[in-house]
Design a protein. Structure first.
Lengths: 365, 365
């Protein structure tokens, strides 16, 4: 099975290729792009141990000269220092403007490699080879790159489009179950904000909580439809001036929860799941969608093994306060994405702080 | 006197406004752009001492909330650490996506403020208020932003367009003469590569070596025609895929000389002047242009008080070697811009290393 999704950006169009066992063909997928011979393969030691040799062999077979660079896994290393180390490798290995940076790994590797590619020699070629479900359906598409500031996530970065996103769903077999579920949170998000049919197909599946629960066909559908949803949205709004904001469904309160738990207790997908539960409840209380829809959403989140409650250790007022430091604040107002039905959302900055507080309180476990 | 030059980039069009005493109207020039209320004014302490109050008063009068950030003057501070300090101010002052970073200063301030603007929250508004001739006619136009890597100049950066470039020629009265001349090197460059009429007008002037030598009218012409030349070229080739390379006339050997003298003995404009003399001589030896044209170029450079010889302390082989680590190297070949007449150049990577070496040797003083 394989799918190609064209991302139709006026200045920087590119393809997302989704095909089982395609990592072994990485070099062959890149060759038609006519890039320079030097590639910098950036990955974590863990991912490189499993997939590095396969990737390198395929690149060498296609005639590329491969230089490796490792970044330790995890958000802790998603900072300017790690970027500076990529620059050091780039200068030591004399990478040129025609060279290509390839991110082989999860979202953190992709975001950092993309930012380094965006800013090395004012921009070199960049290719995403995501190895987590979250990176496949979200981080690798849309051109957001960057690192964290000590005071906040992703505050430093650039919009920079890859030349290709190559997704090999079969690599998910080595992904820890908790990370698989984290990716499923974004998949469910696409079902709510854009693709009601995807939502229905997920509802129809008996089990969804792990890679082994899901048929190869359903996995291809999940990834393809999610990528298509994201590509549709970013093609219509590359720089997040308006529509693209809907991708932040579940992320407003989600980011606050991640931040207040120090980005460790709760991972990004789990935080988004909780954020969707909160946003869904806010929408119900504002009579934006029927409570039956909210229940369907929450049931699907539960079937995937994702959390639906807020840890009691977090102070509800702190969540409300944290919303105000988020990037998505405009003129001091907090912007929410709220569903009006399965498959459709609106953007609003008219949610009263008391309502946010009350919903957060209700979700405390 | 005032001129407006529209820079017609498809995605990011903007104006260059050139008007005497316009710094006192900075706020009024920005207001029509409908940006957010918060502005971050980045400058060096020296420039701020002279022009800071005027800029801030004008911004406050137009209703802006102004936050100051200082970067010590000079290339030494053009690095990632200084950028990180801008980020720290941005997070501490809660600058938003609608906020605006204003660079008030020379090229170093502009390049760094622009890079910070390009990468803070993945891009905030950016305005250039250049205070050196070099920054007015070159660095502030075209969207090149960035910082140095310990191993090379401007290796880290991004293409990022300002929303406005505001040039007040009257501020040049406080510019040291050596810096004024450095800017004139780029002006002469535009005469050679693009605007033969500008060259002729410069030839017609009796004296050119200092601000006080030049009439207000000629200064307005010099800045306007130079900005127009640069805007013409970058509009046709925003990302430096081809035509824009002609702006590097004199810069190939110039960069090598700057680098080998530690960016201190010889400044950028002086290095470009020497680089133009070298490129002009290479062109003559390759029979690309008549030796009379080379003599006219060199006379104009001399009239401006710029150097035309290479310090004997530099080893000629080191210059030839240094060319190979430059950003403009493609597949290992050094790219030269060579004149075919006053007002026209070609791009070539077919200059033999021996010829470069011999020309460098001839120019040793």
């Amino acid at each position: 099975m394989s799918s190609i999704i064209p991302v139709k950006l006026p200045q920087n169009p590119y393809n997302i290729a989704i095909a089982s066992n395609s990592l072994a063909q990485l070099g062959a997928h890149i060759s038609p792009l006519n890039l320079g011979k030097k590639v910098l393969l950036v990955s974590s030691p863990e991912i490189f141990d499993i997939y590095g040799e396969m990737a390198i062999n395929s690149l060498k077979q296609a005639g590329f000269e491969v230089i490796n660079h490792f970044i330790p896994a995890g958000e802790t290393y998603k900072n300017l220092d790690s970027i500076a180390q990529i620059y050091d490798t780039a200068v030591a290995q004399r990478l040129e403007r025609s060279s290509t940076f390839i991110a082989l790994g999860g979202g953190v590797i992709g975001d950092m490699t993309g930012f380094a590619a965006a800013t090395w020699l004012r921009g070199v070629n960049f290719i995403q080879v995501p190895t987590t479900l979250l990176a496949m359906v979200d981080a690798s598409i849309g051109g957001k790159t960057g690192v964290n500031h000590p005071q906040g996530k992703n505050l430093i970065g650039a919009f920079y489009q890859p030349r290709l996103v190559l997704i090999d769903p079969s690599v998910l077999k080595t992904l820890p179950v908790r990370e698989f579920r984290a990716g499923m949170a974004e998949v469910i998000k696409y079902g709510i904000i854009w693709d009601g049919d995807l939502f229905t197909q997920l509802e129809a599946a008996e089990k969804l909580a792990d890679f082994s629960d899901i048929s190869e066909t359903l996995l291809q559908i999940i990834i393809t439809r999610s990528c298509q949803a994201k590509a549709d949205v970013v093609s219509k709004d590359e720089k997040e001036s308006n529509l693209r904001a809907i991708l932040n469904y579940g992320h407003t309160i989600g980011h606050a929860i991640e931040s207040l738990t120090g980005y460790s207790l709760i991972n990004h997908g789990e935080a988004v799941a909780i954020g969707m539960v909160a946003a869904g409840k806010i929408a119900t209380k504002l009579n934006l969608w029927p409570s039956e829809a909210e229940i369907r959403q929450n049931n699907l989140i539960q079937k995937t093994g994702l959390p639906t409650t807020i840890p009691s250790s977090i102070n509800s007022s702190e969540i409300v306060d944290a919303l105000k430091i988020d990037k998505k604040v405009k003129s001091g107002k907090v912007r929410f994405i709220l569903p009006t039905q399965i498959g459709q959302v609106i953007i609003t900055d008219e949610v009263p702080s008391e309502l946010i507080f009350n919903v957060v309180e209700e979700l405390k476990r």
